[in-house]
Design a protein around this ligand. Structure first.
Ligand code: ASP
Ligand code: MG
Length: 332
């Protein structure tokens, strides 16, 4: 029986490589999917290659040749994601839930001709909608599509996030969840700074700034697509039930959201409207003075202050700056 599929009832769930690394992890993922499916959602799942599969495939190819062809690399790497989809579908079917795995091209994802870094040009959702209409959980291989020559293309490292958000946009889905082994986006690197706090919400703009400073939470392009089509993106852990971080078009003025350290002497302070937050800017200048730091370069934009120092910025300085601008901030 074929039912009408509405975008409002549709959610897209993306699971990263560490979430699908082995059969045990796949069972955790399957249970998460089933819980949401049982709440009457149409479910589209996008998966990455298992664990370090992509790294392994690249290494093996490079052992065969120093001049790997991009087209052949796409053929090879896209297989990693396909394995995850088939395994997850086999498991869901075994658990009594109707599921179907689709490659990027079977899911109707058309790209330009740039192998290894392809851009999505259009998505023909008819196959996805047909399968959803039959009550199936649709599992799509991330990070891949097909070009006009019917050759497989891939989207660059981390590109499965982009598949997920682009499919969510094409289906006009309610939300796109990006599940991984981290709880969400933090005010600074939680591995280095113990006071780092998980953020409950961020604007697309802020998330783009955080990503462009090197934080590898989300693939840059997926944030741009989310912003363009206004798809809320929720990053969450696969392995607990804590609320994640929602990236959407809701804008909070004058809150410092994140301090990111890139390289050894560059720090960026991110938050919407930071350019108008004179008190904050004064605090930063005072901090630089008090800690006898020397500035090589300073850039201020709508939502980011970036400073390159002459000095090496160690974790202690980062911690102090975080305390000054974020930890004591009651709105966090
Ligand atoms: N498997 C690809 C990578 O490792 C794509 C992805 O995980 O999103 O980069
Ligand atoms: Mg990823």
């Amino acid at each position: 029986m074929q039912k009408e599929v509405s975008g409002m009832d549709t959610i897209v769930l993306k699971f990263g490589g560490s979430s699908v690394a082995d059969n045990e992890k796949l069972k955790i993922v399957a249970n998460k999917i089933i819980q949401l499916y049982n709440k009457n959602h149409n479910i589209v799942v996008v998966v990455s290659a298992q664990g370090k599969t992509t790294d392994k495939l690249i290494k093996e190819a490079q052992e065969l040749s120093k001049h790997t062809e991009d087209r052949e690399m796409d053929m090879l790497l896209s297989a990693g994601e396909q394995m995850s989809t088939a395994k997850l579908s086999i498991l869901l079917n075994e658990l009594g839930y109707k599921a179907i795995s689709l490659t990027g091209w079977q899911a109707g994802i058309y790209t330009n001709n740039t192998n290894q870094n392809a851009l999505i040009e259009s998505i023909d959702t008819s196959r996805i909608l047909k399968e959803l209409g039959q009550g199936k959980i649709v599992i799509i291989a991330g990070f891949q599509g097909i070009n006009e020559n019917m050759d497989i293309t891939t989207f660059g490292r981390g590109g499965s996030d982009t598949t997920a958000v682009a499919v969510a946009a094409a289906l006009d889905a309610k939300n796109c969840y990006i599940f991984s082994d981290v709880d969400g986006v933090y005010t600074t690197d939680p591995n280095k700074i113990k006071d780092a706090q998980k953020l409950s919400a961020l604007s697309y703009e802020e998330m783009l700034e955080i990503s462009s400073e090197g934080a590898k939470v989300l693939h840059n392009r997926c944030i741009e697509i989310g912003n363009k089509f206004k798809i809320p993106i929720i990053t969450k852990s696969t392995f607990n039930n804590k609320a994640g971080t929602m990236v959407s078009d809701i804008i909070e003025e004058n809150t410092t959201k994140s301090i990111v350290k890139k390289d050894i002497s560059r720090i960026s302070i991110i938050g919407n409207g930071i350019i108008r937050n004179i008190e904050n800017i004064k605090k930063v200048i005072q901090f630089i003075d008090n800690n006898k730091l020397e500035i090589l370069e300073l850039n201020v934009s709508e939502s980011k202050i970036s400073i390159v120092f002459k000095n090496i910025i160690d974790d202690e300085i980062l911690d102090k700056l975080h305390n000054l601008l974020i930890s004591k901030n009651p709105t966090q």
